[in-house]
Design a protein around this ligand. Structure first.
Ligand code: GTP
Ligand code: MG
Length: 197
C-alpha cells in the first residue's frame, strides 16, 4: 500500500471548481496547527507536498492531490483559528461546509485531533456535523511522539469514553506521528480498503 506517486492538482475555495471526475477522495480536516499538512506529507513519503508551518492558519484553500493516479487526497484549512477576522472565518466556514455537503466523491473524512488534548468541543461539534450530514469519518490522533506509550493508551481510552456519551459506536481511529512516521500503514490500508468499489 505504498504511495507510488503523489502530485498536486489544484487549490481553490469553490467546491464547484474542484475536479469533476469521479475519482474517490479523502479529506483531512481539524483544528489549525493539528498537523494536517504534515500528516499528508508523512502518508505520501514527500517532504513538502503540502505546505506546513508552526503558525496556525497556513492552509487556506481546498487542495487536491492525486495519489497513485487512483484517489484524491484533500488538504483543508483548519477550523478554530482565532486570529483570522470574523468575515474571513464566515467565508471559510461556508466553503468548507459547501465542500462537505456537495462533494459526492468524498468517501471519508479524517478528523485530526492532537493526542495530547482532552476532547475539545469544537472537534466534537464538527464530528456531530459530519454525522448529521451522513459523511463517514475516521479520527486521526496526531503528534503521538509527544506522549509515552502508556499515556497514548490512556488518552485514547479517555477520548473514546467521551465519544460514547454521544455516539453509539467509536469511528475508526488511527494513532499517528508525522515526525516519527507512526501510523502510515494504518491510514493507507484504511484508504485502500474503502476505495475499491
Ligand atoms: P494549518 O494548515 O495551519 O491549519 O495547520 P496544519 O494542521 O496543516 O498543521 P501543520 O502540518 O502545518 O503542522 C503544524 C505544526 O505542528 C508544525 O510546526 C509541525 O511541525 C508540527 N507537527 C505536525 N505533525 C507533528 C507530529 O507528528 N509531531 C510533532 N512533534 N509535531 C508535529
Ligand atoms: Mg495545513
Amino acid at each position: 500500500t505504498k504511495v507510488k506517486s503523489a502530485e498536486f492538482v489544484m487549490s481553490n475555495s469553490d467546491v464547484a471548481k474542484c475536479p469533476k471526475n469521479r475519482i474517490p477522495e479523502y479529506a483531512f480536516i481539524g483544528r489549525s496547527n493539528v498537523g494536517k499538512s504534515s500528516l499528508i506529507n508523512m502518508l505520501t513519503d514527500r517532504k513538502s507536498l503540502a505546505k506546513t508551518s508552526g503558525r496556525p492558519g497556513k492552509t487556506q484553500l481546498i487542495n487536491h492531490f492525486i495519489i497513485n493516479e487512483e484517489w484524491y487526497l484533500v488538504d483543508l484549512p483548519g477550523y478554530g483559528y482565532a486570529r483570522v477576522s470574523k468575515t474571513s472565518k464566515k467565508k471559510f466556514q461556508k466553503f468548507i461546509t459547501n465542500y462537505f455537503e456537495q462533494r459526492q466523491q468524498l468517501v471519508s473524512a479524517f478528523v485530526l485531533v492532537d493526542i495530547r488534548h482532552k476532547p475539545q468541543p469544537i472537534d466534537l461539534e464538527f464530528m456531530q456535523y459530519l454525522g448529521e450530514n451522513g459523511i463517514p469519518f475516521g479520527i486521526v490522533f496526531t503528534k503521538a511522539d509527544k506522549l509515552k506509550p502508556n499515556a497514548i493508551d490512556n488518552h485514547v481510552d479517555d477520548y473514546c469514553k467521551e465519544l460514547l456519551k454521544t455516539w453509539e459506536e467509536i469511528p475508526p481511529y488511527f494513532i499517528t506521528s508525522s515526525s516519527k512516521k507512526i501510523g502510515q500503514d494504518d491510514v493507507l490500508d484504511f484508504i485502500n480498503n474503502t476505495n475499491e468499489e
